[in-house]
Write a protein that binds this ligand. Structure first.
Ligand SMILES: *[C@@H]1O[C@H](CO)[C@@H](O)[C@H](O)[C@H]1NC(C)=O
Ligand SMILES: *[C@@H]1O[C@H](CO)[C@@H](O)[C@H](O)[C@H]1NC(C)=O
Ligand SMILES: *[C@@H]1O[C@H](CO)[C@@H](O)[C@H](O)[C@H]1NC(C)=O
Ligand SMILES: *[C@@H]1O[C@H](CO)[C@@H](O)[C@H](O)[C@H]1NC(C)=O
Ligand SMILES: *[C@@H]1O[C@H](CO)[C@@H](O)[C@H](O)[C@H]1NC(C)=O
Ligand SMILES: *[C@@H]1O[C@H](CO)[C@@H](O)[C@H](O)[C@H]1NC(C)=O
Ligand SMILES: *[C@@H]1O[C@H](CO)[C@@H](O)[C@H](O)[C@H]1NC(C)=O
Length: 654
């Protein structure tokens, strides 16, 4: 026992010596960077000739990390009780840096960057949502201040231009819209991605346990910080930590992140940086890109996806050679797989690997040859313009979305007429297999409830959580996939439409699936968030009742699911519609709530349908159903018959 303690002590002393920790009076000062700067640069990070530290360049889906090469000592373990690094007070520290985020185009804004203090330079970070710092797994001993230019609902971002303090997670402990105070205390907003230099100061006072973050577009430091947070960092910091910066651009996004100068001090004030003496990043020469941005601004009022599509067509006409990498393809950020890789992975698109048929193509199961990752590959039926349009829409739309209840698009491939989209593989297939026609496996109530809540939160994200409104247009059981943990994940975005918040949807060809199609659609031709709500209502009903929205083989009075549910409700026997396969084993209060919600979503009048936000609040028990939405005639749930009795029977669609 004693000898092993001794051994460990010697061993850690050796480690301690070998890491060459800097003393507690560390001062770093880089008014610009050069090759002799002691930084470990990872992935896309690099030092440009003019002395700017580049974290990312304009490419989509990349990460850059730059850490000071040797660890910094943040604690004195010999003052802590037992020499461990988990206790002991963190020294005060202070840092100042100037940065610049240059978006290539407002339509392609990348994620942001962080100043980070981490236990290792070897971070397994993911390139997209996670700012080049985190991955999907929980982390420990990570301190970061984020400068974020995308609102990611998953990590509860407040907006798409904020500064936040992140301890062990990208869910900020505190965050604020980027801004600075003048001396009179007046607050001014500041755009992080303006392409102009911004100065930032981060100061931690270990006596007061305060952490201040201040930003400004000017030389002098505002007296009042933007964020002032009381926190004891001793549980977050190890004795020795690496300091530096991380950034990521994200799928489809073209922006770049630069650090112009940096100073850092332990137990002292970081030296100030003279903005005017710092190097500036070269503004990008735009050659072929101009045509794209002109193109996009011309069509700015129209849909992003359509413009990319048109651009694609334009180039398709110009370049007929199928294997040439075309500009429009490069613009479409997600990973581009090689055709060989996918062909091999799906065993030459073997019929045996087919997982299903969608409206627009076949879906194969596959395995990536090197990483052995399981994937699903959608092969879009060729020689249709429609096919190409859906392909581009889907990559341009879902490729930029991030939500745990959406099927993640991993990449794509195109060879001639062959259009392939690669998704995460969903181990448990689509929801319809668990509901209708004597399913092999029956989902219990908890599982059904989890699926409904998951899909609802995905739809709320599409409608309100992204910088544009995304209308899915094909919400139905066969487009809901179940992952390994039976979470419901919405997939198949081939029919999705994207438009700006606040704009009026345009009239388009009516698409969708009978039984999920809102009755106003054939009349107005306008897909809206409430037509998605209508389809989601049908989905909720079928999950609870275990049958399709329109069952041709059923008795006439039971043919249309919503009418049948409504009839039973009026008879006071609402729960008689619950799936008999559950054998009575379900939460009656919750089932009744979901059924009522489903009926409300099926209202013929779009305005009477709840919003996805209300639905999510209701499913989470934050608001009640009956109190919040009265029946269309103003009574309580009583007289709404006329409004949705018409629903399915009057509907015809080609
Ligand atoms: C590189 O930067 C360091 C520290 O900023 C500076 O002392 C040194 O003179 C620079 N070297 C060159 C070649 O510019
Ligand atoms: C880089 O590190 C080496 C050895 O640790 C040191 O001698 C040198 O001064 C450092 N250079 C700068 C610019 O800090
Ligand atoms: C750590 O604390 C001990 C005792 O308080 C002191 O003698 C030593 O100099 C300190 N070391 C550092 C690196 O601060
Ligand atoms: C960092 O990662 C690389 C490659 O994954 C590995 O070879 C190396 O040993 C790691 N270093 C540390 C200190 O973990
Ligand atoms: C805030 O920081 C603490 C660590 O001090 C962490 O455990 C906690 O989860 C954080 N809270 C939020 C809301 O992120
Ligand atoms: C600053 O931005 C916030 C958030 O976008 C906004 O609510 C506020 O009105 C803005 N203030 C000014 C002075 O522009
Ligand atoms: C942080 O800001 C507060 C409020 O302005 C100030 O009182 C405190 O001294 C600051 N602390 C540091 C470490 O800058």
């Amino acid at each position: 026992m004693a000898s092993s303690v001794l051994f460990i002590t010697i061993f850690s002393a050796l480690i301690f010596l070998s890491t060459q920790t800097l003393s507690q009076h560390t001062q770093l000062f880089y008014p610009g960077f050069n090759a002799s700067t002691n930084l470990t640069l990872k992935q896309y990070a690099g030092i440009e000739n003019n002395g700017v530290l580049r974290l990312t360049n304009y490419s989509p889906d990349i990460i850059g990390q730059a850490f000071y090469a040797t660890p910094i000592q943040f604690k004195n373990s010999s003052t802590a009780a037992h020499g461990g690094s988990s206790n002991g007070k963190v020294f005060s520290f202070s840092t100042c840096f100037a940065f610049c985020i240059i978006p290539e185009d407002d339509n392609y804004v990348g994620h942001g960057f962080t100043f980070a203090i981490v236990p290792s330079k070897n971070l397994s970070a993911l390139s997209q949502t996670y700012l080049g710092l985190f991955n999907r797994k929980p982390s420990t001993h990570i301190f970061a201040v984020e400068f974020d230019t995308i609102q990611t609902v998953e990590v509860k971002d407040i907006d798409n231009n904020h500064v936040g303090i992140d301890l062990n997670s990208l869910i900020s402990n505190v965050s604020k819209h980027a801004a600075y105070f003048d001396d009179s205390g007046q607050l001014y907003n500041l755009t992080l991605k303006s392409g102009k230099p911004v100065k930032a100061w981060i100061d931690y006072d270990s006596r007061e346990f305060t952490l201040n973050v201040t930003i400004s577009p000017f030389y002098s430091k505002p007296r009042k910080p933007l964020l002032s947070y009381r926190v004891d960092l001793s549980s977050i910091f190890n004795e020795n930590m690496y300091i530096g910066f991380t950034a990521s651009t994200g799928i489809l996004a073209h922006s770049s992140h630069y650090i112009l100068g940096w100073s850092f001090a332990i137990n002292g004030k970081a030296r100030d940086l003279e903005l005017s003496s710092l190097p500036l990043p070269k503004q990008r020469k735009t050659g072929a890109k101009i045509s794209l941005s002109v193109y996009l601004s011309v069509t700015a009022a129209s849909f992003f996806a359509i413009s990319v599509f048109a651009f694609g067509i334009h180039f398709l006409r110009k370049h007929k050679k199928s294997n040439e990498i075309e500009l429009w393809e490069l613009q479409m950020g997600p990973h581009r797989y090689s055709y060989r890789e996918l062909k091999k992975g799906t065993r030459n698109f073997s019929e045996k690997e087919i997982l299903g048929f969608g409206g627009s193509g076949k879906v194969y199961r596959g395995t990536l040859p090197i990483s052995k990752t399981e994937i699903a590959v959608k092969r879009i039926f060729h020689n249709s313009k429609q096919g190409l349009r859906e392909f581009v829409t889907e990559i341009a739309t879902i490729g930029r979305l991030r939500h745990r209840n959406l099927v993640q698009l991993l990449g794509w491939c195109r060879r001639g007429q062959d259009l392939l989209i690669v998704y995460e593989y969903m181990a448990n297939g689509s929801l319809d297999n668990y509901l209708f026609d004597d399913p092999k496996t029956i989902l219990n109530w908890e599982q059904r409830s989890k699926v409904i809540k998951g899909v609802a939160s995905a739809l709320l994200y599409l409608h309100e959580g992204y910088k544009q409104v995304v209308i899915h247009r094909d919400v139905k059981a066969s487009n809901v996939l179940l992952d390994g943990e039976l979470n419901g994940r919405l997939g198949d975005f081939g029919l999705a439409k994207v438009y700006d918040h606040g704009s009026v949807p345009v009239t388009t060809r009516v698409v969708g699936t009978l039984g999920y199609l809102a009755p106003e659609l054939p009349r107005t031709g306008k897909s809206t968030t409430s037509s998605d709500v209508y389809a989601f209502g049908a989905l909720m009903l079928e999950v609870v009742c275990g049958r399709r929205p329109v069952e041709v083989k059923a008795l006439p009075e039971e043919m249309t699911l919503v009418d049948w549910v409504w009839d039973k409700y009026r008879e006071g026997r609402l729960l008689a519609v619950v799936d008999p396969k559950l054998r009575g084993d379900y939460d009656e209060v919750e089932a009744a709530m979901v059924l009522k919600l489903g009926v409300m979503c099926s209202n013929n009048e779009p305005k009477q349908r709840p919003s996805m936000r209300q639905i999510v609040q209701c499913l989470n028990g934050e608001i009640g159903v009956a109190d919040e939405w009265k029946a269309p005639d103003g009574g309580s749930n009583g007289g709404a018959v006329g409004d949705f009795v018409v629903s399915f029977t009057s509907l015809s669609i080609t």
